[in-house]
Ligand binder design. Sequence first.
Ligand SMILES: Nc1ncnc2c1ncn2[C@@H]1O[C@H](COP(=O)(O)OP(=O)(O)OP(=O)(O)O)[C@@H](O)[C@H]1O
Length: 743
Amino acid sequence: MTQSINTTTMENDGELTEDEVFKCLSILGQSATGLQHTYLCLSVPGRDLKNVSILCNYIYLQKLELPYNKIKDLSCVSHMPHLIVLDASHNQLTDFFEFQPPKNLKEVNFSHNQMSVMKDLSAYSSLTKLILDYNSFSAIRGLEKCKRLSHLSLTHNNISRIRGLDHLPLRKLYLTGNVIQKIENLQTLRNLQVLDLSCNRIQSLSGLQNLHLLGNINLESNLISEVKEAAHLHDLILLREMNLLRNPVQDQDDYRLAVIFLLQHLIILDQHTVTAEEKVSAVNKYDPPLEVIAARDHMTHLVYQLMQPQVIFDSTLPSLDAPYPMLVLTGPQACGKRELAHKLCQEFSDYFAYGACHTTRGPYYGEEDGSDYHFVTEEEFQNMIQMGQFVQTMQYGGHWYGLSRETIERVAREGLACCVHMELEGVYSLKNSYFEPRYILLIPTVVDNYVCFLKARGFYSNAQMETAVSRIDLYSKINRESPGFFDNIIPCDDRAEAYQTLKQLVKEYLGLEEHGGGGDSSSVTPDNTSTNATGELLAANTTEATDLMDSYSRNYQNKIQAQMTPQETPAEMASNHRRQQLIREALSGKSPGAYAELFQRSAPTAPSSLASQSRPPPGPSSSQMRPVGLSAPDPDEDSSSEESRASSGLSMRSSAGALSAAQGSDTGSGPNIEPLDMSMLGQDQDSLRGHTDSGLTHDAPRSVSERVSPTLPSSPGRPGANVKPVLPPIPSGRKTNDSGSKQ
Ligand SMILES: Nc1ncnc2c1ncn2[C@@H]1O[C@H](COP(=O)(O)OP(=O)(O)OP(=O)(O)O)[C@@H](O)[C@H]1O
């Protein structure tokens, strides 16, 4: 198809001439085979044209570009039924689409004109792209029938409300530079992929929730002030790019990490690529894995403890090599662990005492202060943290729970092992400490029964019950994925049965029963091979459990880790063998004297590792504590035995001495324990974390077996008055004697 053109060359002021048209006309897209696919295009930009009426003659034009002119009248378009693309941007048009609709008109650009009112565009149903930037529109209207409109740009107008767009197939919507205050009426734009609402007055991101194809949102220069607004976009899993620059929210601490955490699919935030490190930091900060929580908890308490004067707990340090015996019952809330712990401590009162944790929750009916928990205020609890009094803490259900050093100490002073109950996070945390408890998981296996029990208790809201139930899976997962994490697992659907199993197990731990005598009780091996309690399973556990001479065989995890640590030298092995033999003989009554000697040498000895240094004093009530270096010289100390020195950590004695000297503690006065003022140190929790991350890396969470050399003998029993021969090494039996040390 050819266009006949009258080539009159006369040029009037601002009037488009035929000559000009001729020069600017082009035929695009002509196919090699013929003329069928021609695309007739006229482009006359920036000529200060005012009058383009001559174009009435060019009825076959398909693309008309007249930007940067001074055109006020475009009625000539009425004569172009084939027009597909029209660009009349940067002109002086005041009328909106004042021409007969070309049937196939698809793209129109009227930006930078002087239009103020959008009118009905029903007749322009082929429109796919409409650009109306920099006009004076105050309302969006007339687009209802534009059923093919996928690109709409109305930037820099006076639009105050988003409306009139319902059900349009828009993929790109640009509304920059208006006066919009609220994101509304977009929920039917299911195809929307790009949304630009920058430079408006928007305060909330609500209203975007259903736009599931959104991949790019620009909200720069708005009034969004809360990070939590990003949660409205949480379900937009295709969202890859977002811009919140120049919003008040940018001033919030950790804004970027918080948004990255809330919108984990983002690739670009505020025009910067989101790095993998940022993603990991965000998760660690806002939804840390249990290990991370525990490591932080441990580091916090360790640092607070280290800030206190260093003392030795003579009740819990009979030997540096002998971990204080503890039993931890763990499992989801109200699985019966507290009740079972009490029962066990009653029945085995010669061996165990209940360690009451501190909590900020109020007492339930019938709960007595000091018996189930020590009930304290939030302020008291925080003070205790700052005084370095806790071994571990956790928040559960909005309340704090913590096991204080003094709780353990109190039981230890009685010459008993401490039995506590706690949630999984507490277990993780304790595993970072130098304690080596046995962990028994009590797990409901019939969820319905568990739910019934929770309901029957009448304490819990639905949300609390849901949390408790959901944590069953958490415990199971840990048990599945970390074999040996728990030393034993006991189904607790039937409390009486569970107690029998627990009792049996404890007897075996204590060596009060023959191995494998589990009878009908039911326990599960740590690798969760079965829920059926058979004597075989118990026997398997029993073999493990009764080897109390070796703290490294206490659980599989320790064993695995021990295997990964450097092997003993032959000399060390021989030495350890001799010493273990000595201990065994002492326990069996053959040579108590030798064992007692060994034991006594080690008691007043300084900590042998940083972990040991962290055995510091909890609180002012710890009358049993002595600052390191203040202990009276042990008359029985025998410097002749190098082996004994090694086993009792003598190699660190000098450093402990230095510490006490630095404290000026040779006056003999007790330790002056002050709460740690972190602000004085210029440390908040986060910077504290930073310090421990960098400066204290040697204290980063590690397993016990990593911290204590596997070459050291472990778990010797208590000398002398050893009426419970195979009980784990309970400190010194001051319950009945040695009152002199309890001042
Ligand atoms: N120091 C601690 N560290 C971690 N978890 C703890 C600690 N002390 C208590 N818990 C656990 O916190 C959870 C909530 O304790 P709380 O006593 O309020 O619950 P409960 O409804 O009485 O249930 P339960 O009978 O299990 O104690 C329990 O699972 C409990 O074992």
